[in-house]
Design a protein around this ligand. Structure first.
Ligand SMILES: Nc1ncnc2c1ncn2[C@@H]1O[C@H](COP(=O)(O)OP(=O)(O)OP(=O)(O)O)[C@@H](O)[C@H]1O
Ligand SMILES: [Mg+2]
Length: 178
């Protein structure tokens, strides 16, 4: 995956989650560290755990209401935590043009934390610096969760999470150069 960012550095960690609770705990640790304006993009097939992870992020931010899937509403906003949480589900969006009409960029460049499920549908609107999290089903129903920081700010954020696996860093474009 090539995510353009400034500077051109990606830091990546992969962790395994064996239960909904472990995924929630990862989200919670992340939610405690997120800052105003941060953007988290979640990838993964239907039922991979994107909403479960967002529920953890909400908990880490101190959101008191239940975080529920915005599948039919496209966006849900929560203001009871340390920072506003904007939870977007782009699954039903026709494309970037529709996202534009509902003002997605105002959330993305606003002062809250924006979490986007199915962000690939609105790729052109996403800021180049962001945290991408991909969830993949394992053979026994566990989830392999890969966190990719594009840009220094998110690399710092990942470092602060103290994940069990060591980070791997790469210059974007290395692949082509080799
Ligand atoms: N390790 C795990 N991490 C997360 N969820 C898990 C895990 N193991 C099982 N589950 C279950 O998988 C489901 C994940 O559902 P969730 O709504 O979070 O998926 P999603 O990626 O948001 O799907 P959608 O694309 O439909 O929005 C939940 O029912 C959860 O209990
Ligand atoms: Mg979901």
């Amino acid at each position: 995956m090539d995510v353009p960012s400034t500077p051109n550095v990606q830091t990546q960690h992969t962790v395994m989650s064996h239960s909904r609770e472990e995924t929630t705990a990862l989200g919670e640790a992340l939610g405690r560290r997120l800052q105003a304006g941060d953007v988290v993009v979640l990838r993964g097939t239907l039922g991979a755990g994107k909403t479960v992870l967002t529920q953890g992020i909400g908990r880490g931010l101190g959101v008191r209401e239940a975080v529920i899937s915005p599948t039919f509403t496209l966006l849900r906003e929560y203001y009871s935590g340390r920072l506003p949480l904007y939870h977007v589900d782009a699954y039903r969006l026709a494309g970037p043009a529709e996202a534009h009409t509902f003002g997605l960029d105002e959330y993305l460049y606003g002062d809250g934390v924006t979490v986007v499920e199915w962000g690939e549908r609105v790729e052109p609107l996403l800021p180049p610096d962001r945290l991408e999290i991909e969830l993949v089903y394992g053979a026994r129903g566990e989830r392999q969760i890969t966190l990719t920081a594009a840009g220094l700010h998110y690399a710092e954020l990942l470092r602060g999470l103290d994940l069990p696996t060591p980070p791997t860093s790469s210059q974007i474009g290395d692949e082509e150069a080799r």
